[in-house]
Design a protein around this ligand. Structure first.
Ligand code: ZN
Length: 303
């Protein structure tokens, strides 16, 4: 029988060397997944997500208590990948977005004679321009808030669509500052615009576009705040609300005042991705956001 004999001159030292090499190799091969985990932890909204094929579907139609969790659970992996790409695109634009907000604030200051709140918002924005990390976190926070709104409206507007009859929630006296899937909006902010933006002075009355029930009020402080009203087979969303005048569960008639408008950077409800004082208005039918102009009357009929 053939025997191979290997002489190891320093067996103990060699063993230590092998263990050390193996340890380094293991550490390096673990590094990549660890980075992925670190990145995932920047997106806490995803971490609550259950697998897409989980029991979420069966639970649709339950009461409202765990609805947020269900909304997050229907996110597919593909959806998450798309969102991460969008996040990166928005972060790449962060300085441009902040400079745009600064310009909006300065224009408002020039018109209003530089009030204290405008000056404070300007200071905050200048600080953000200097602080890259905080600016990134602020942009990502707004994106998450908008995605949460997207998920919520998709759940609210399930069921057979009724006759979508809506009126203008604010007077479109100045036209639109962003249309549905506005190319300029996507270019500026890096996300598709599934709504219309109607420029109105800060604090204008937002009226319910149709009879319905206030389904959701989300007050994110200086972040993106909004109100969702459920109608017969469809839903409407009113974004950048600065003050709310109704509560969840309230029955509202078409034309009832729901909230005060916002959108001025640095003010309640504005969030980071805003084109100045305006109402962001969405119409959701069967879980999909449609162009509100296809259902709104051609002329203003708001009281
Ligand atoms: Zn908008």
């Amino acid at each position: 029988m053939l025997r191979v004999q290997i002489d190891i001159p320093h067996p103990v030292e060699t063993l230590f060397l092998l263990l050390a090499t193996g340890g380094v190799w293991l550490w390096m091969s673990w590094d990549t997944p660890r980075s992925d985990q670190a990145r995932a932890s920047m997106v806490p909204v995803y971490q609550n997500a259950e697998p897409a094929d989980g029991p979420a579907r069966q639970r649709l139609g339950d009461g409202g208590a765990d609805r947020e969790a269900r909304v997050l659970s229907v996110r597919s992996a593909e959806d998450e990948a798309r969102r991460i790409r969008i996040e990166q695109a928005v972060l790449a634009r962060r300085e441009e977005i902040l400079r745009y907000e600064l310009k909006v604030i300065e224009d408002a200051a020039a018109r209003s004679g530089d009030s204290v709140s405008v000056r404070a918002a300007r200071e905050k924005l200048l600080a953000l321009l200097a602080d890259e990390r905080t600016a990134e976190e602020r942009l990502l926070q707004t994106l998450r808030e908008m995605w949460e709104a997207e998920g919520l409206t998709a759940t609210v507007a399930v069921g057979s669509p009724g006759d979508v009859h809506v009126l203008w929630p604010v007077e479109p006296d100045e036209g639109l500052s962003a249309t549905f899937l506005d190319a300029g909006y996507e270019q500026r902010f890096g996300i598709p615009h599934n709504a219309i933006d109607i420029p109105v002075p800060q604090g204008s009355a937002i009226r319910s576009a149709a009879d319905g029930v206030v389904d959701k009020i989300v007050d994110n402080g200086l972040g993106y705040s909004y109100i969702i009203v459920k109608h017969d087979g469809f839903a409407t969303l009113y974004g950048h609300a600065s003050v709310f005048f109704v509560a969840e569960g309230d029955t509202v008639r078409q034309g009832d005042v729901l909230a005060a408008s916002g959108g001025m950077p640095g003010t309640p409800g504005a969030g980071t991705l805003t084109t100045g004082p305006h109402l962001h208005f969405e119409v959701i039918v069967e879980g999909e956001r449609i162009d509100p102009l296809t259902v709104l009357p051609a002329r203003t009929t708001v009281r």
